[in-house]
Design a protein around this ligand. Structure first.
Ligand SMILES: N[C@@H](CCC(=O)N[C@@H](CS)C(=O)NCC(=O)O)C(=O)O
Length: 229
């Protein structure tokens, strides 16, 4: 049986890590079931066998695997007869660029706009750690980080034009069906969905239509997850 350590907020089923969502969807893509183990930022000891302090962590028998990209590659290698996450060797190579690019240039700005909302939905025992570590990283308070987000989101929406043109032309980044590339981008939107009431996209945005298609996948796996309230 596979186990997946996943970041949880105030409630055990408020799963909100963008990287963990990538793997939740990747497992469903492969038709695999993993037991979710809710994990909090301050529980580093529970994932100590990986020698690092971040989730997702996949446990397969006596193997502990950290890092979403490494886990995706592991699933692809272990289950070659199940639907491919990358669409072959060249897709695999190209997805690496997409993984790096989306994490830096697309996901990070989303997290930055909702970082104060994330804090408010964390488990109380994580709140001080999160505030301190993130304020240090951003060089400002969580409140300052989101102060001008209504302005920033307009520029942000325009910055998504390259992605927008792709999902205007095709249903998924993977083409007619989703691939790991789709899960990479979608993870960031799941963080927002679980933790923040802030509207990242306008309703008529083609990226919002793609997001709806993603929410429908695997019997509504993502749609049925706990929402921000
Ligand atoms: N490169 C890693 C990044 C994972 C990551 O940053 N996870 C965050 C949660 S979204 C985490 O566990 N952070 C722990 C911490 O900040 O202490 C991956 O792709 O899995």
């Amino acid at each position: 049986l596979l186990k997946l350590y996943e970041l949880a907020g105030a409630e055990d089923d408020r799963l909100f890590s963008p990287f963990c969502w990538r793997i939740r969807l990747a497992l469903a893509h492969k038709g695999l079931v993993a037991e979710t183990i809710p994990w909090r930022f301050t529980e580093k000891d529970r994932i100590a066998p990986t020698g690092q302090g971040r989730v997702p962590v996949l446990v397969d028998g006596d193997r502990w695997i950290a890092d979403s990209w490494v886990i995706a590659e592991y699933l692809e290698a272990q289950y070659p007869d199940r639907p491919s996450l990358f669409g072959g060797a060249s897709g695999h190579a190209l997805s690496r660029l997409y993984n790096e690019f989306v994490t830096e240039a697309v996901q990070f700005p989303i997290l930055w706009m909702i970082i104060r909302d994330i804090w408010s939905h964390l488990h109380p025992r994580d709140q001080a750690y999160f505030r301190n570590s993130r304020e240090q990283r951003l060089g400002m308070s969580l409140e300052e980080a989101v102060a001008d987000r209504d302005l920033r989101v307009k520029t942000y929406r325009r910055s998504l034009d390259p992605l927008r043109r792709v999902v205007e032309a095709q249903r998924f980044f993977g083409g007619d069906a989703p691939l790991y590339a789709d899960y990479i981008l979608f993870g960031a939107f799941m963080t927002a969905r679980a933790m923040s009431p802030f509207s990242l996209l306008e309703a008529d945005d083609p990226i919002a239509s793609w997001r709806e298609r993603m929410l429908d996948l695997y019997q509504g796996l993502a749609r049925n997850a706990r929402l921000c309230s």
